[in-house]
Design a binder for this molecule. Structure first.
Ligand SMILES: [Zn+2]
Length: 383
C-alpha cells in the first residue's frame, strides 16, 4: 500500500476557553509514555459477559484496569475505532476518523458523563473551538494540542510532522490557545456537543498534509508499548472466511472477523490472481478521499465493496441481521452469528472478477506494519 501524500499543512485559531475542575484521567497514555518505552504489561483481554450471558457493547477493555494506563476507572473503554463502520441507525457505510471513548460509566460521580478529558501527551494547545452554538457544528467544542513528538516515533513518515491530537464533543473546555499542557492534564470534560447522540470523547490524531488529515490513533497505542490494550494483526486475532464465489455475477465474497481490541487495522489487499487493485488503506481514504467517507455501499475502490458487520460506536448494539440488512448485502445471505460475543469485522466483496480467476488471496494489514494473509482455495458456496 502506498501511504497518503502530504500536500499542505494547516492550523486554525480558536476561541475562548473555560476553566473547570480537574480531577482524574480519561486518557493516561501519556503517563505511560512518560514512564518510557519500556512498556507496560497489560492483562490479556478476557471476555466479559453482561446480564444473562449476553454480550455487552461497548466492551470494557480490561487493559484499562492498568492504572498506569488510565488511573481513573476500570470501566474505560474504546467504543469506536478508526475506519469503516455502519452509519448509526442504518445500514450504510460510514468512515470514522478517530477513536471514541465511552463516557457514561460511574454515574454517581458523573451523572451526565462529563468525565475529565486529558491530554494524551505533553504539548501546546494550538486550537480551541468553542462555538456559540456547538450543536450546529460537527465537532462541537474542540481542543487541538500540538505535541513535540514527530510521527516518526509512531511509525509515520517524516513529512507527517509533529503529532497533533484533538478532543471533540466536549461539554466544557479547561484550556486556552497557547497553554502548555502536561501529559494527563485535563483539557475539558467529555460531552455531546456537536453531531453526536451520546456523551463520549472522540479522539483524533492528525498529521501534516492538509487541514485535519487524520491518522489512526491506534498508532499512539502501539502494542509494543501497551501489550493487551491493542492487539496486533495476527492469525490469532483475525479470522478469514471465504464465503461465496459467483462466476456469473463476477463476484467473490470474503468475511473478516476481528478480535476486539484490534484497533490497528488499516486495510486490505484482496488479490485476484495477480491483480492487486482491490486494495484499501483507511488512513489513505482519510487523507485523500474525504468525499468518500460517507458513501453508502458504493465501491470504495474500483472492484471492491466493504460492508462493515456492525456499528462500532457507543450505545446500544446496532446488530445487522436478516431483519434489517438490505437484501443486496452479503449479510442477508450470510447472517452474522450472534450469541458468542460481539463480532466485529467486514464483508469484502470483489466485483468484476473474471470467470477464469483461480487464485484469491487476502492480506489484512495494520498501521504498525503487521499483516496476515489468507488464501482462498475453496469458497463455502460456488456458483
Ligand atoms: Zn467518534
Amino acid at each position: 500500500m502506498q501511504g497518503p501524500r502530504p500536500s499542505e499543512s494547516s492550523g486554525h485559531a480558536g476561541a475562548r476557553g473555560e476553566r473547570v475542575n480537574r480531577t482524574f484521567v480519561v486518557l493516561g497514555l501519556a503517563l505511560a509514555l512518560l514512564v518510557g518505552a519500556a512498556g507496560l504489561s497489560g492483562a490479556a483481554p478476557k471476555k466479559k459477559k453482561g446480564k444473562k450471558g449476553k454480550p455487552v457493547w461497548p466492551l470494557p477493555n480490561p487493559s484499562f484496569k492498568n492504572k498506569a494506563f488510565v488511573p481513573s476507572s476500570a470501566n474505560r473503554q474504546i467504543s469506536g475505532v478508526f475506519g469503516p463502520r455502519l452509519k448509526w441507525g442504518g445500514a450504510r457505510y460510514d468512515h470514522h476518523e478517530g477513536f471514541d471513548f465511552f463516557a457514561q460509566y460511574d454515574p454517581s460521580t458523573y451523572p451526565r458523563g462529563y468525565h475529565p478529558v486529558l491530554s494524551v501527551l505533553p504539548g501546546v494547545v494550538s486550537e480551541v473551538i468553542s462555538p456559540a452554538n456547538p450543536e450546529r457544528t460537527e465537532t462541537g467544542r474542540k481542543v487541538v494540542i500540538t505535541h513535540p513528538f514527530p510521527w516518526t516515533a509512531f511509525g509515520g513518515s517524516k513529512e507527517w510532522g509533529p503529532v497533533r491530537t484533538a478532543y471533540l464533543h466536549l461539554s466544557s473546555i479547561a484550556v486556552k490557545k497557547g497553554d502548555r499542557v502536561k501529559a494527563g492534564q485535563e483539557v475539558g470534560r467529555a460531552g455531546q456537543s456537536g453531531y453526536t447522540s451520546t456523551t463520549h470523547l472522540h479522539l483524533n490524531a492528525y498529521r501534516n498534509g492538509g487541514r485535519d488529515v487524520n491518522v489512526n490513533p491506534a498508532r499512539l497505542f502501539n502494542p509494543k508499548l501497551f501489550p493487551g490494550v491493542s492487539l496486533p494483526i495476527h492469525k490469532s486475532t483475525v479470522e478469514v472466511v471465504w464465503l461465496e464465489r459467483d462466476k456469473a455475477a463476477g463476484t467473490a465474497l470474503v468475511r473478516v472477523y476481528l478480535a476486539r481490541n484490534v484497533y490497528v487495522l488499516d486495510g486490505f489487499v484482496f488479490a485476484v490472481d495477480k491483480d492487486k487493485r482491490r486494495s484499501v488503506s483507511f488512513e489513505h481514504v482519510s487523507a485523500t478521499q474525504r468525499a468518500k467517507r460517507d458513501t453508502g455501499d458504493e465501491d470504495l475502490v474500483p472492484g471492491l465493496r466493504i460492508y462493515p458487520l456492525r456499528y462500532n460506536g457507543g450505545g446500544a448494539i446496532e446488530r445487522v441481521n436478516s431483519s434489517n440488512v438490505p437484501r443486496g448485502w452479503p449479510m442477508a445471505r450470510y447472517p452474522v452469528p450472534g450469541g458468542k460475543g460481539v463480532r466485529l469485522g467486514f464483508d469484502l466483496l470483489a466485483t468484476d472478477v473474471p470467470p477464469s480467476a483461480k487464485k484469491f488471496k487476502l492480506t489484512v494489514f495494520g498501521v504498525l506494519g503487521k499483516k496476515i494473509t489468507a488464501t482462498g482455495k475453496r469458497f463455502k458456496a460456488e456458483k
